[in-house]
Design a protein around this ligand. Structure first.
Ligand code: NAD
Ligand code: AHE
Ligand code: ZN
Length: 375
């Protein structure tokens, strides 16, 4: 199985803000501690758009983007014992080695084992890429690079899932939906009866709405500058909406007035540092907690008056909703199979890999939630 591999299509990002190019690339066999995965479906997340924009300090070009996918193991490298060809998997940008200080702390999902390599677009064992085109290397992205029919990932970054699960739906469990749900359950720990504000009603924000509803929040206020998001957000649990464009005063003042002093929990799901401040300052004095989920561009910084924190508000953030990838992603797949969480409702478009640039255009224009690519 680990023989030289014929060429297979991938969408290559050659330069910031330029359309991806479909190329037949070479994907080397997996090295020790690695697996080669045939990607069946991949979706696009706003973070792919962010890195393609050139604003990600870890963005390297040429690279193969993509980190929200599902597929089947094609071959495994030496020393890989827990995965075999034929296993259905979700590649995860958060690894889980179960051995490092982070994994054994019981306090975080931010495994440290392969992060130094995935941040610079290579594999850990030899610090090189498995992707090339006519001998020229192409960088990996987030340790996943799922906009390719074949990809190579570290074995500690692979969640093995129920083979009965539809890959064109559970691919979404690679990023956005666990992030939103986990922001509610793991980061904020929203209680029944809470008032919640959700800034940004893309897939991540809608998953926050879904989680908040499940947690028993009674008011779920959706805030988005794109009013076309409100109707769908209602179906995910949002109970009311505020469009910042309809108000002359700062949005935090609007929310404080609407909620008798501020919300119990707020979530920033956009990646805008001014909105992060507004989300914090929308919280109630004494206990209000604001969770940063959005990813802001290189060089951006957050600020607020320290008095906001002195008076009891809490500012925190979350990556992948705090979920441990290999342990929790299979459980989320089972939750979907048991109809306990939504996935189908987030898929607004389906495309072939050749149409991936159109999917990027729709995401940027706010006209889609998740576009799923069928390889
Ligand atoms: P998306 O593009 O689908 O949704 C963003 C939403 O924000 C859109 O509905 C847009 O209209 C709205 N918006 C933009 N500017 C606004 C403003 N000033 N005020 C109010 N609304 C505004 O994106 P997504 O895929 O849902 O991702 C959301 C964010 O979360 C991105 O920054 C992404 O990079 C980040 N993200 C973080 C994690 C993590 O682990 N922390 C995981 C996934 C995504
Ligand atoms: N390279 C980026 C990092 C951006 C970032 O914060 N990424 C999120 C995931 S976004 C998924 O859509 C994350 O989980 N980060 C933790 C990690 O270890 O990367 C930048 O801006 O520097
Ligand atoms: Zn993502």
């Amino acid at each position: 199985l680990c023989e030289p591999h014929p060429d297979y299509p991938a969408a290559v990002a050659y330069e910031p803000s330029k359309p991806l190019q479909i190329e037949n690339i070479q994907v080397a066999p997996p090295n020790s501690g690695e697996v080669r995965v045939k990607i069946v479906n991949t979706a696009l997340c706003h973070t792919d758009f962010y890195t393609l924009s050139g604003k990600d300090p870890e963005g390297l070009f040429p690279c193969i983007l993509g980190h929200e996918a599902a597929g089947i193991i094609e071959s495994v490298g030496d020393g890989v014992t827990e995965l075999k060809p034929g296993d259905h998997v979700i590649p995860c940008y958060q690894a889980e080695c179960r051995e490092c200080r982070a994994c054994t702390s019981g306090k975080t999902n931010l495994c440290g084992k392969v992060r130094s390599a995935t941040g610079v677009g290579v594999m850990l064992s030899d610090k090189t890429s498995r992707f090339s085109l006519n001998g020229a290397p192409i960088y990996h992205f987030m340790g996943t690079s799922t906009f390719s029919e074949y990809t190579v990932v570290h074995d500690v970054s692979v969640a093995k899932i129920n083979p009965a699960a539809p890959l064109d739906k559970v691919c979404l469990l690679g990023c956005g939906i666990p992030t939103g749900l986990g922001a509610v359950f793991n980061a904020a720990k929203v209680e029944a009866g809470s008032t919640v504000a959700v800034f940004g009603l893309g897939t991540v924000g809608l998953a926050v709405c879904e989680g908040a509803k499940k947690a028993g929040a009674t008011r779920i206020i959706g805030i988005d500058t794109n009013a076309s998001k409100y109707e769908v957000a209602t179906t995910f649990g949002a109970t009311e909406f505020v469009n910042p464009k309809d108000h002359a005063k700062p949005i935090q003042e609007v929310l404080v007035d609407l909620t008798d002093g501020g919300v119990d929990y707020s979530f920033e799901c956009i990646g805008n540092v001014a909105v992060m401040r507004a989300a914090l300052e929308s919280c109630i004095k004494g206990w209000g907690t604001s969770v940063i989920v959005g990813v802001a561009a290189s060089g951006q910084e957050i600020s607020t008056r320290p008095f906001q924190l002195v008076t009891g508000r809490v500012w925190k953030g979350t990556a992948f909703g705090g979920y441990k990838s290999r342990t929790d992603v299979p459980k989320l797949v089972d939750a979907y199979m048991n109809k306990e969480i939504k996935l189908d409702e987030y898929v607004t478009h389906n495309f072939k890999l050749d149409d991936i640039n159109h999917a990027f255009d729709l995401l940027e224009a706010g006209k889609c939630l998740r576009a799923v690519i069928h390889m």
